[in-house]
Design a protein around this ligand. Structure first.
Ligand SMILES: Nc1ncnc2c1ncn2[C@@H]1O[C@H](COP(=O)(O)OP(=O)(O)OP(=O)(O)O)[C@@H](O)[C@H]1O
Length: 296
């Protein structure tokens, strides 16, 4: 099966500055993929490259085996809800549905109407008069009713209150369960990603730090704590993701497929948030480091 998204050495540069570089990933289809990273890490850039809204400066990207936005067939396969859920403020909800039907050959009018009814959106209300949560739900409805194979959402819940966020994500999960749909969404809210995503990509300083199925990532990453030790003395199959030392103690987040036998270590599992933070490191840490180290 073609991966939903395949990138090889993908890079995008604005002037002299790389927004994304050396990105090599294979995202299998049928997943809800969470893209996480600090402000300016390159998330929007990657999403726009995946939708064909930006062209790479370096490397290649394909979506379902073809170039993103490479013709009507490819365009129909991908739905994109950009940051800040852009809608036409002067147009009503019904106008948006009519526009969606006009612009998208695979438009599912019944799905759109059913969602709008269920959400209690007034068809005559202008988008500019909807609340932030209602706008986000309308934008999601437009994205879903296009019946794409991949739905790309750039920080879809950023402006929503906790209840609206939960409703939005529930709606998304229901749609994923009902239709064969892959989702790629960026968010700063790791708790939301924890609830919705089964595949994770962590970006930092324009580079992919880690990517993989959430279950695999959680099974192969551990926190080990014990007497202070230099990281270079750890076994070679234990890749150090982050290191923290106090006077007599060391704590490492490591990645390994092998069991940890050394009795000096107390081994504890990581939450998804721990894992993401370990890869993101402390703000301002230098780029290109194999290890993010904090010394206290
Ligand atoms: N049109 C542009 N022109 C110049 N630089 C840009 C442009 N768009 C993005 N950048 C830069 O590229 C880098 C990555 O930006 P990008 O928007 O992809 O980050 P992001 O992870 O989505 O950030 P945020 O979480 O703040 O939305 C940043 O340093 C940003 O300043």
């Amino acid at each position: 099966m073609n991966p939903v998204l395949r990138a090889r050495g993908l890079g995008k540069r604005y002037g002299k500055r790389w927004a994304l570089r050396d990105c090599t990933i294979d995202v299998p289809s049928g997943h809800v993929v969470g893209l996480v990273g600090a402000n300016g890490a390159g998330k929007t850039t990657l999403l726009k490259l995946a939708c064909g809204q930006l062209a790479p400066t370096a490397g290649d990207i394909s979506v379902f085996g073809g170039p993103p936005a490479g013709g009507p067939g490819q365009l129909a396969k991908v739905g994109f809800v950009a940051q800040d859920t852009p809608l036409y403020t002067g147009l009503s909800v019904a106008d948006h549905l009519r526009l969606g039907a006009r612009l998208n050959p695979g438009w599912d009018g019944a799905l759109a109407r059913e969602r709008v009814d269920r959400l209690g959106l007034d068809l005559t209300r202008r988008a500019g008069r909807l609340s932030g949560g209602q706008r986000a739900q309308l934008a999601l409805t437009l994205g879903l009713a296009k019946r794409p194979e991949l739905l790309v959402l750039d920080e879809p819940v950023a402006a929503l209150d906790p209840l609206a966020r939960r409703e939005f994500l529930q709606g998304l999960m229901e749609a994923v369960a009902e239709h064969e749909l892959s989702v790629l969404l960026s968010s700063h809210l790791i708790s939301d990603l924890e609830r919705t995503c089964d595949y994770l990509i962590v970006l930092a300083d324009s580079r992919v730090r880690v990517a993989g199925e959430v279950d695999d990532l959680l099974a192969t990453h551990h926190r080990i704590t014990g007497p202070r030790r230099d990281q270079h003395r750890l076994p070679s199959d234990q890749r150090v993701v982050s290191a923290r030392h106090t006077g007599r103690q060391s704590t490492f987040v490591i990645r390994t497929d092998a069991p940890i036998h050394d009795p000096a270590w107390t081994v504890s599992p990581l939450t998804l948030e721990d894992l993401v933070l370990a890869y993101l490191g402390e703000p301002g840490q230098a780029d290109h480091r194999p290890v993010l180290e904090v010394v206290r």
